[in-house]
Design a protein around this ligand. Structure first.
Ligand code: ZN
Length: 151
């Protein structure tokens, strides 16, 4: 039996051979690049605005381009070794919805997963990377209770 029959074809285009991602190949190179590009566009809709900056801690409000009010909050604490992140998601945004749709894609991503990518790229990496831990909480209040008029 020729080996070729074992080669999986891409989940998206169904034509080319899979090569991405490494170890869990599901997509051809072109379709993978397309998927990454789409994820980057979705990720750019989020904005992290830092409003507290201390020596070993920071606090951010998380905005999405479709909303005027913040839809989340992030607290970062550095204990000198590891980074501890606490992500609070407000109910005014559809965190559990698929962030995008690609025809035939076996692996969609949720908005909440995309946000974790954004936090890793915009907060963890600039901080120096290394080991980090994240806890995610769903707030039942649309905004923090200690909201004051200054922000
Ligand atoms: Zn493909």
């Amino acid at each position: 039996m020729p080996r070729k029959s074992l080669v999986k074809s891409c989940s998206l285009c169904g034509a080319k051979e899979v090569s991405e991602p490494r170890g869990e190949e599901k997509y051809c190179r072109d379709c993978w690049e397309k998927k990454i590009a789409v994820e980057e566009i979705v990720a750019r809709e989020f904005a992290l605005k830092r409003y507290i900056r201390a020596h070993s801690a920071e606090k951010y409000l998380i905005y999405h381009s479709t909303l005027k009010r913040p839809c989340g909050q992030l607290i970062v604490v550095d204990d000198g070794y590891d980074l501890f992140l606490t992500l609070m998601l407000y109910p005014n945004f559809s965190w559990e919805d698929a962030a995008y749709h690609l025809e035939g894609d076996p692996e969609g991503r949720l908005f909440s997963e995309i946000l974790v990518d954004v936090v890793a790229a915009e907060v963890v990496e600039p901080w120096g990377g290394g080991k980090w831990h994240m806890e995610i909480f769903r707030s039942i209040n649309p905004e923090p209770e200690d909201w004051n008029g200054e922000m």
